[in-house]
Design a protein around this ligand. Structure first.
Ligand code: SF4
Ligand code: SF3
Length: 542
């Protein structure tokens, strides 16, 4: 048995991961995830036969199942086996509702044991998408875009927000992956994935801001207090909300890690005095940082790295996240909050965190906050005080090549402003880059889930400056990617007509030379180069 996974930037160059994932995913888990994706495609295939729109519960279920397969989200064989079983049951339910049985195996295959599901993957992994490498490459681009999309729609659904058009697109696109398609058909589907990504990101933005308020400019402390703490990571704001409520008055503090940092920017959360600050940095440094944190850690989504023995007993997962041997906080029962009491009890018996830094991070520049400063920003552009904006959003990762982003941030001329979102910011968000007339030179909109803000800001500036084309704005894009949500954001930007995006540290392994060349030609997408050459080109608007 072997595996084949190429969905993230750290995939082994030339072959993809085929013995064990660089992320730590083993063959069995990789196989099970392939089978889960195939089971979800089966749901979509039978749902295509429904007369009525897909019920929202099924839309949410599809989102959850795909989210499980996003890089670094779920490594737990047992949880994935159970999810495949449930997905097959959902498929059969939807098939019965439609009254039609498509002749494709995805609509009818059965199985119930781990071994059957592992064996099934031999015929339904990514290699089965097409025998033609270019077609397989385009199908992979759609599939990975859908996985990122699923994370967004799951987060929105958790807050009670749904978009039936997005759910309908899952049915259309996932079932399309099961049939032969031409390059042109697939290119159209890629663009539709980008269009749907914009809708899903807008939905999530509405869900977050309606529920928790509009992010505000906030200074977040990176030092620690003297009480025991709980560290919460991942992207799920409802978990954040309920953890803060349940820890209030218990003598336990709450700290954010990695992509949970932007929770500090929301009015609904910043009001808590025991919400102390952010501990540590990016996801890939978690093994060191979780070690010194001393208290329990709650992982609400990706990114989990292989768990060290030293903190295994105090690490928990919830939602779609999972890791073998860790305790998992169960889903909410109808009308009730999740129960975090065992984490809180454990925290009370732990030592306070060891301080590893003692500074501040400023963020909260989501679209409403930046647009509130629009006059100031526009004046700064008109007066020449701001020459250029550089969007450096996306993901962080382990490889030393990502020092490029630190070097770019440091070397950019002082009259440039960096717009960011996602964990990519940890490469430069603690540098003393200063401000321009009171406007910080790094404007952090929030999580990767908030990348929509950057699109709204660009579209608003286009309107304010009376421009016809978004590409006439003094904005360059120097994006870092790692997992599939970044693929989704990239497709959204391409759909919005943004040209000349730099993407790094490398172009996706899953793009064949032909497909990469086609995308480069059509959208002007380019791999990053040297720091000096890229800055020079960006400042020249190239
Ligand atoms: Fe490899 Fe990335 Fe797949 Fe993990 S998610 S197995 S690192 S390609
Ligand atoms: Fe980061 Fe995993 Fe992508 Fe949310 S936490 S941006 S990599």
């Amino acid at each position: 048995m072997s595996m084949h996974c190429d969905q993230c930037q750290e995939s082994i160059r030339g072959t993809g991961c085929n013995v064990r994932g660089v992320c730590g995913k083993d063959e069995t888990t990789a196989r099970l995830q392939d089978t889960l994706v195939y089971a979800v495609e089966g749901v979509a295939l039978v749902a295509a036969g429904l007369e009525a729109p897909l019920d929202r519960n099924y839309g949410q279920f599809i989102s959850e199942s795909l989210f499980v397969t996003v890089t670094n989200t779920n490594f737990d064989e047992e949880a994935i086996v159970e999810r495949i079983r449930k997905t097959l049951a959902v498929r059969d339910e939807v098939r019965a509702l439609s009254g039609k049985t498509p002749s494709h195996d995805a609509a009818t295959w059965t199985g119930s044991t781990r071994d059957e599901f592992v064996a099934k993957a031999v015929t339904c992994g990514i290699d089965s998408l097409s025998e033609n490498p270019d077609l397989r490459s385009l199908k992979s681009l759609v599939l990975y875009g859908l996985k990122g999309l699923a994370a967004y729609t799951d987060h929105a659904a958790v807050l009670g927000y749904h978009d039936d058009e997005v759910y309908a697109f899952y049915v259309k696109a996932l079932s399309a992956l099961l049939r032969e398609m031409t390059v042109d058909e697939l290119l159209t589907l890629v663009m539709e994935t980008g269009a749907t990504a914009v809708k899903a990101m807008a939905l999530l933005d509405r869900a977050n801001t309606t529920t928790y308020g509009n992010p505000e400019i906030t200074t977040v402390k990176t030092g620690v207090g003297s009480r025991p703490g709980i560290l919460i990571s991942g992207h799920d704001l409802r978990d954040m909300d309920e953890l803060l409520k349940q820890t209030e008055g218990t003598g336990v503090d709450v700290y954010t890690h990695c992509e949970m940092l932007p929770a500090h920017y929301y009015p609904a959360f910043k009001k808590y005095s025991h919400f102390v600050g952010n501990y540590g940095s990016s996801w890939w440094a978690q093994d060191r940082e979780f070690d010194t944190f001393n208290g329990p850690i709650l992982m609400t989504t990706n990114c989990i790295v292989p768990v060290r023995e030293s903190y295994r007993h105090r690490m928990f997962t919830t939602g779609m996240a999972g890791y073998p041997g860790l305790r998992h906080i169960a889903a909410r029962e109808a009308g009730r909050e999740k129960d975090f009491s065992q984490i809180i009890e454990l925290a009370k018996s732990c030592q306070p965190p060891v301080q590893i830094e003692n500074g501040e991070i400023v963020g909260g520049f989501a679209h409403t906050q930046v647009l509130a400063l629009a006059d100031k920003v526009v004046d700064a552009v008109k007066s020449g005080a701001i020459k250029r904006f550089v969007v450096m959003a996306g993901c962080d990762g382990r490889h030393a090549t990502r020092e490029y982003y630190t070097d770019v941030a440091e070397a950019l001329p002082k009259d440039t402003v960096i717009l960011t979102a996602g964990c990519a910011k940890y490469r430069y968000n603690k540098l003393p880059l200063g401000d321009i007339g009171g406007i910080p030179r790094v404007l952090d909109a929030g999580q990767c889930n908030d990348s929509y803000s950057l699109a709204v800001i660009a579209l608003k500036l286009k309107e304010v400056f009376g421009l016809e084309d978004i590409n006439d704005l003094p904005i360059s894009y120097d994006i870092a990617w790692y997992e599939q949500k970044a693929v989704t954001v990239l497709l959204a930007l391409l759909y919005l007509g943004v040209k000349g995006i730099r993407l790094g540290p490398t172009l996706p392994e899953f793009l064949t030379p032909n497909i990469a060349a086609a995308i480069v030609e059509k959208f002007g997408l380019k791999p990053i180069g040297t720091v000096e050459a890229d800055i020079q080109a960006m400042m020249a608007g190239v």
